[in-house]
Write a protein that binds this ligand. Structure first.
Ligand code: HEC
Length: 133
C-alpha cells in the first residue's frame, strides 16, 4: 500500500514537472528538486596569462592607486580577490569597471577610466588580481 502511494506520488510529481496538469495543479503540488551541484562558470587562466597580467598592471597606472596587500586610493588587490570569486561573470564585470572607471563598490572615491586599454589585456590583469588569494 505504502509503495503504491509513493509510486503514485512520483508519477504525479513527474506529470506536474512536465506541466501536463496545467497551472492549478502546479500551484498546489510541491515537487522536490533533485540537487545538482552547479559550479559558477570559471575559465582558468594559464600561468603565463597571470604573469602577463602582473606585468601589464605594473606598466599601466594601476599601482599609483593600488597595492597588493594594503589599501591605497583604491582597495588592496587581496581584498578585491577576497570579495569576488574568479568566475567569468565577475571577471567580465571587473574588466568593464576598469575600462569605464567608477565608484560605489568600495566607497565614494572613483577609479579613473582606462579607455586606452584593450579588454583582452585588462582581462589578464583581473585574472591576476583574482588569483591573489
Ligand atoms: C586614480 C586611482 C586609480 C587607478 C589609477 C586605478 N584604480 Fe582601480 N580602483 C580605484 C578606486 C578608488 C577603486 C574603488 C572603486 C569603487 O569603490 O567601486 C578601484 C577599484 C578597482 C577594482 C575593484 C572594482 C570593483 O568594482 O570592485 C579593481 C579590480 C581595480 N580597481 C583594478 C585596477 C586596475 C587593473 C588598474 C590599472 C589599469 C586600476 N585599478 C587603476 C582607484 C584606481
Amino acid at each position: 500500500m505504502k509503495r503504491t502511494i509513493l509510486l503514485t506520488g512520483f508519477i504525479l510529481a513527474t506529470l506536474v514537472a512536465n506541466n501536463s496538469f496545467g497551472q492549478t495543479t502546479k500551484k498546489t503540488t510541491t515537487v522536490k528538486k533533485t540537487t545538482t551541484v552547479t559550479k559558477a562558470a570559471a575559465t582558468k587562466p594559464s600561468a603565463a596569462d597571470l604573469v602577463i597580467g602582473k606585468q601589464a598592471l605594473s606598466k599601466s597606472d594601476c599601482l599609483a592607486c593600488h597595492k597588493e596587500d594594503t589599501k591605497l586610493v583604491g582597495p588592496a588587490y587581496k581584498d578585491v580577490a577576497a570579495k569576488y570569486p574568479a568566475t567569468d561573470a565577475n571577471v567580465d564585470m571587473l574588466v568593464k569597471k576598469i575600462i569605464a572607471g567608477g565608484s560605489g563598490n568600495w566607497g565614494q572615491v572613483p577609479m579613473s577610466p582606462h579607455p586606452q586599454l584593450a579588454a583582452a589585456d585588462v582581462k589578464k590583469m583581473v585574472q591576476y588580481i583574482l588569483s591573489l588569494k
